[in-house]
Design a protein around this ligand. Sequence first.
Ligand code: NAD
Ligand code: G6P
Ligand code: MN
Length: 453
Amino acid sequence: MIITIVGGGSTFTPGIVKSIALRKDELEVDEIRLFDIDRERQDKLGVLVKWILEEDLKSGIKLTVTYDEKEAYTDADFIFAQMRVGKYAMREMDEKIPLKHGCVGQETCGCGGMAYGMRTIFPMIKVIDDVEKYAKPTYWILNYSNPASIVSEACRKLRPNARIINICDMPIAIIDVVAAALEVNKKDLVYDYYGLNHFGWFTSIEYKGEDVMPKLRDYIMEQEILLPAAYLKDKQALTSSGSSGGNRHTKGSWYYVWKGVYEIMQNFPETLPNTYLNYYLQQKEFVEHSDPTHTRANEVMETREKNLFDGIDRYLATGEIDESVFYAGSHGDWIADLAIALKNDTKARFLVITENRGAIPNMPYDAMVEVPAYIGKKGPEVIAQNEIPLFQQGLMMQQLNSEKLLVEGCIEGSYEKVLQAFTLNKTVPSMKVAKEILDDMIEANKEYWPELK
Ligand code: NAD
Ligand code: G6P
Ligand code: MN
């Protein structure tokens, strides 16, 4: 049983490896392979992963670090993809260029997300084609590579038969925070959710059969933020990006999105919004408290990335590892548990990004939606939803069509369609601003984007 991690040089690799190794018996895994196109980055991560597998967990799992597609994928069972095409340098552009024009600057939302999508579509298709060529015919690609919404639409269109499931860790990160706020075990929480990726709503949350949405709503209204009381004691620690410990979703500029959940629920209290909805419902306010010269990309480079690579250098120099240099937690657990459900046909319930096919009756058949599904060896069996309200459906249709136009424009090399995608996006106030951002993005992404005519 072989698991290949694409984007082996990612800051999330140690956490994912740890989650896999801790589930060794259920996964029956013999070998983990790391594959990346950045040798220097992946070689460093390889040192840490070797330590995790051999010294820390004494797992007996073989490690292969490779830069060759054939070696990476031959006979692989699972491929966990987490590439960041253009790395943090390009994330910084995605965030800063829109802000320069007064628009939301975000990794996966609005113009930044669309720019990232245009870089990732074809590399992701290449992964699928290489995997099809070399891996076991029963392979599964579990994809975290962002922007997952746009990537999943491109895969649906270009490689409809690929055995790929696109996933996101934000809903479970929200559930982690909800559990800590309500002081309950997250394993006892059961939830309903629908939306597009980074664009959805929890419609119910139950704790051991009890509806805890009213309690949660009261808690958020009292605290004026969705964060556990224990975290709120030291606001400075929350808003500074200096620390690598604790829950990364509560550090640095993440603070504002938890505050934003409160602001959204003040007006729309029925459902718990995904934190990413802030960028579409509070676009003006989020631009106002962004620093256009220092964005989340900078925070990550100064903390998660720096701490990790400094920690590896220290290990190489002294032989000592400080585990707080790497992030481990729900992110790795989620993808590893999904692989267990697929492999062992458990029919466990997961949120996945999947073709709608009628699950949400008043959304198009071919929309890539994020909904709960039972996961077995044949893939997701999606759970049917009720019709969704007009407000949410309207928002989702606007976002869906923006993303569909972006994917079509990217595949066809059509400047006009990509401009329509930018213009249609709710984070952009006018066609003129859309064009200005797009033209700056074309310049910044010369090395990565297909040519637009
Ligand atoms: P990172 O830059 O630390 O790691 C990404 C790695 O991908 C780099 O080592 C880079 O060299 C490699 N890479 C780039 N292009 C590649 C290609 N064509 N083939 C193989 N490898 C390639 O980034 P990170 O912050 O650790 O995030 C990794 C990815 O996971 C990003 O796409 C991020 O958006 C995504 N992510 C998604 C979720 C989710 O909810 N879906 C959650 C967390 C992270
Ligand atoms: C959440 C989202 C991911 C996103 C990540 C960014 O986990 O679900 O899709 O990539 O946040 O986190 P970061 O710490 O890199 O800003
Ligand atoms: Mn996500």
